[in-house]
Design a protein around this ligand. Structure first.
Ligand SMILES: [Zn+2]
Length: 399
């Protein structure tokens, strides 16, 4: 759920919660904090946590979303006092703005230049900084959507010295590259997302970081914008850092293309096909990446992500031999394309069971709208501090 700068959390939360009540899947929320005023930190966030919304997301870039380092520290300290978990989008805002201005001045406006505006070093710096600040506060964090090896390396180094930091990545960083951003006829706009897609070959290094355990969740980061409309509309983006500009051909310059790819329905089949069917990961790793670890990290261990007495009977039956070409018309989202159009999938789900009831069978959705339940999350050990602060002076505990 977003918060918009200048507005309280409550201005957007009720609308999101109303939409979620129509869900067929069980659900919870990460609360995005963009404007950590004293009222937000001392009144609104504690009230959210008390209602079971126990994870916060912050952005270190994007004009309407980003926090300064000082604001980020205040959010970390608040989370620590409340026993909440913090997730972070790590890119350096000023470095990106500087690159955008130079690219536009040079007349370089194609979708590919979205990647040039935010190369791996920009992500690595912010990842290092986010971890360092979380270490200062002694607050556990997860780095969201890691796209490159050098950012993953920062996470691995911190974990090796005992910092409570985890890393998440997405199918787009495991399967797509700047070759997709460079496609002609503005098709590259379809895969404009942040962090940006990386050079061909980088994804194999992300697979390796999964196998070593540095990246232990694969989520969709689903954020769909239709290609026929929003992705080609210079006025549609709320993210137009550096001054959104239209090009002579009427298309948006790279910095005005809305950021995000649709991927919620394709996440599991693409990961299974490219991961398990190719032998890059084994089946238990697939289950951990998609279910068990997320449940553990976000306070749902023992209830979700496991098959055991007392846990919800959620499971997916998979046919590892089934094959199909992925095409957008088979998907249930409201977006007019998928980045994986035409991809040959090997291994497909045949049945989805939610709390013991069949929710989807052979592509047919059986669960009723509104049958999904909100998952309130209580305190849990993973989100508690490690007990290590510089000089033994615990600044976050003194508020
Ligand atoms: Zn993000």
């Amino acid at each position: 759920m977003p918060q918009w700068k200048g507005h309280p959390i409550a201005a957007t939360a009720a609308g999101y919660e109303a939409r979620a009540r129509a869900s067929r899947a069980d659900y919870s929320f990460h609360q995005i904090i963009t404007d950590p005023t004293p009222d937000v930190l001392e009144r609104e966030v504690p009230a959210l946590v008390a209602r079971g919304i126990r994870s916060l997301k912050v952005f270190l870039t994007y004009d309407p979303l980003r926090l300064t380092d000082g604001q980020f520290l205040e959010v970390l300290a608040t989370a620590r006092r409340l026993g909440a978990f913090v997730t972070v989008h790590c890119e350096n805002y000023d470095a990106i703005g500087w690159r955008i201005r130079a690219l536009l001045e040079a007349g370089l406006t194609d979708p590919l230049q979205h990647a040039w505006a935010r190369p791996p070093v920009v992500e690595r710096e912010a990842t290092h900084r986010a971890i360092a600040l979380a270490e200062l506060v002694d607050q556990p964090i997860q780095v969201f959507h890691v796209s490159c090896d050098e950012a993953a390396e920062e996470i691995a180094r911190a974990r090796a010295r005992g910092v409570k930091v985890w890393g998440e990545t997405c199918p787009q960083y495991l399967t797509l590259s700047t070759d997709d951003l460079a496609k002609p006829d503005f098709e590259g706009a379809k895969v404009v997302c942040s962090p940006a897609l990386r050079a061909p070959g980088e994804s194999e290094r992300i697979w390796a970081r999964i196998r070593e355990g540095t990246l232990d969740v694969v989520s969709s980061d689903h954020c769909g914008f239709s290609f026929a409309t929003a992705k080609r509309d210079p006025g549609s983006s709320g993210y137009g850092q550096g001054g959104a500009k239209a090009r002579p051909d009427g298309m948006p310059a790279f910095n005005a293309i809305p950021n995000g790819v649709p991927g919620i329905e394709t996440r599991l089949p693409v990961l299974f096909s490219e991961g398990v069917s190719t032998g890059r990961i084994d089946l238990p790793t697939f289950v951990r990446l998609t279910s068990t670890n997320a449940a553990r990290l976000f306070g749902l261990a023992g209830r979700k992500g496991t098959l055991a007495p007392g846990a919800d009977a959620d499971l997916v039956l998979w046919n590892p031999d089934a094959e199909r070409a992925l095409t957008n018309s088979d998907l249930h989202h409201a977006i007019d394309y998928t980045p994986w159009e035409g991809m040959r999938l090997k291994g497909l789900p045949t049945m989805t069971i939610r709390r013991g009831e069949i929710a989807v069978r052979d592509g047919q959705v059986l669960a009723e709208p509104g049958s999904g339940r909100f998952l309130a999350r209580g305190p849990y050990a993973l989100a508690t501090p490690s007990g290590r602060v510089p000089d033994g002076f615990d600044a976050a505990a003194r508020r």
